[in-house]
Design a protein around this ligand. Structure first.
Ligand SMILES: *[C@@H]1O[C@H](CO)[C@@H](O)[C@H](O)[C@H]1NC(C)=O
Ligand SMILES: *[C@@H]1O[C@H](CO)[C@@H](O)[C@H](O)[C@H]1NC(C)=O
Ligand SMILES: *[C@@H]1O[C@H](CO)[C@@H](O)[C@H](O)[C@H]1NC(C)=O
Ligand SMILES: *[C@@H]1O[C@H](CO)[C@@H](O)[C@H](O)[C@H]1NC(C)=O
Ligand SMILES: *[C@@H]1O[C@H](CO)[C@@H](O)[C@H](O)[C@H]1NC(C)=O
Length: 392
């Protein structure tokens, strides 16, 4: 098996960034941009096409849409807003020479011009998705939120950009499949434009990987995700209560699962993971599912390591746990005792050597089931998750 030198270092970085989200208060970012985005006028749009290196499609629209596809396009716009926010703030950090973002002069111009192109292209993805939403809802659209990204150096920003891009690639693959299933041949033009965006996001992820000096392509078939996983994971960087119409997206926000440790054996190629769920788990009726690459999900038993009387700090508005089938939303954070729910540390073997796991790995605690064929099967049974790991 091919192991990238410095693999351990990468893993430590991922785990650290997952932990950091609870500790560091990042600089918040909110819209609009100076060009009026998310609602640019015609002049601003023309400037955007030029900067992005291409226009929207002028092919005929899909003859029909269904509610499920509409949900998908709302989520795409919502996801793309986050990406635009991130790249805008990253460009500003580099331009302003914020500590941690000072780049070598041999690299700085290339990185900045690349990011400016990507940022314009993401604005076009977002505008295009929101325009589809407008068209099929008689004028309603998604609004962006305020975000606090869990990064404070250029290296962390590149790691994080790779991860959210890989998550988005997984989402687009899932949306493409759903749309094709729901709309049949009426999905032709949608599947086509989704493929165009999928490849574009793949180019971006490959560039982020190159900046990290790891091979640009991670695995032969990329990890697919689900809409619930995408929406739930994004909650980590969204300032709670800052989204004007997130509930316009009729999808379940799953209670989080936090990866706290990964252990890999060099010689044996065995491995294990430690995760923390903000609530009670049951190893007899639940398991840990891994989603990665082209393989059907791998579902393994877990052990409970430790139960703590009170969850770690959860910011106000964060979905903490499902209690009696109800989502419990933290009102005030750790101090509010009524929001104090037991957290459980679990431990499981990680089938990374057997599965040759590279690229994005999604982990969730699932209720046991006979059928785990697709990532959607996993999402439908997820009680906590997803926790993410990027495997070089
Ligand atoms: C930009 O820098 C600020 C200050 O360090 C940080 O809080 C924020 O997360 C950074 N954003 C990005 C996208 O790098
Ligand atoms: C279009 O938007 C830009 C950016 O907000 C603004 O400077 C410009 O005046 C607007 N143009 C028109 C015709 O409204
Ligand atoms: C780009 O597309 C928009 C919308 O379809 C259209 O109004 C505009 O004229 C196009 N611009 C160019 C330069 O083709
Ligand atoms: C897995 O977990 C055990 C028990 O905590 C630990 O001793 C071991 O080193 C871990 N790593 C591997 C690769 O098995
Ligand atoms: C998991 O099982 C519990 C207990 O039967 C049930 O209340 C809950 O709704 C299930 N959740 C999912 C996502 O299947």
């Amino acid at each position: 098996m091919y192991l990238v030198p410095g693999l351990k270092v990468c893993l430590v970085a991922v785990v650290a960034s997952l932990l950091r989200e609870h500790e560091v208060r990042a600089e918040p970012f909110s819209f609009p941009l100076s060009n009026g985005f998310p609602f640019p006028n015609e002049t601003a749009l023309e400037e955007l096409f030029t900067r992005a290196g291409g226009n929207f499609t002028n092919a005929p629209l899909a003859p029909r849409f269904d509610d499920d596809s509409l949900t998908s396009w709302k989520l795409q716009a919502f996801n793309e807003f986050m990406e635009v926010a991130f790249f805008t703030q990253l460009i500003a950090n580099i331009t302003d020479g914020v500590a941690g973002y000072e780049l070598d002069s041999s690299m700085r111009d290339y990185v900045l011009s690349s990011l400016e192109t990507i940022q314009a292209q993401e604005q076009m993805h977002a505008y295009n998705a929101n325009d589809a939403v407008r068209y099929f809802t008689d004028g309603a659209h998604m609004f962006p939120c305020t975000y606090e990204f869990p990064v404070s150096t250029f290296a962390q920003a590149v790691d994080f950009a790779q991860t959210f891009t890989d998550m988005y690639i997984g989402l687009l693959a899932n949306i493409q499949q759903r749309t094709a299933t729901n709309l049949g041949s009426d999905a032709n033009s949608i599947v086509y434009v989704l493929a165009q965006a999928l490849g574009q996001e793949g180019q971006q992820s490959g560039w982020f990987r190159s900046l990290r000096q790891i091979p640009p392509s991670a695995e032969p078939f990329l990890t697919t995700s689900t809409r619930e996983f995408a929406l739930s994971w994004m909650q980590h960087w969204i300032v709670p209560g800052s989204c004007p119409n997130m509930d316009f997206i009729p999808l379940r926000v799953l209670p989080e699962l936090t990866l706290t440790a990964v252990s890999i054996g060099d010689a044996s190629h065995s491995g294990n993971v430690t995760l923390v769920a903000p609530g009670a788990v049951d190893p007899d009726s639940q398991s840990l599912a891994f989603v990665n690459g082209a393989l059907v999900p791998t579902v393994v038993p877990f052990r409970v390591r430790q139960t703590s009387p009170c969850a770690a700090a959860y910011p106000a508005g964060r979905v903490m746990a499902n209690r009696d089938g109800q989502s419990v939303v933290a009102a005030l954070g750790r101090e509010a005792s009524e929001n104090c729910i037991a957290s459980t540390e679990i431990f499981a073997d990680m089938p990374y050597a057997h599965n040759v796991m590279h690229g994005l790995v999604l982990m969730t605690v699932v209720n046991n089931s006979d059928v785990f064929i697709t990532p959607q099967d996993v999402a439908d049974k997820t009680v906590f998750g997803p926790a993410l790991l990027e495997w070089s």
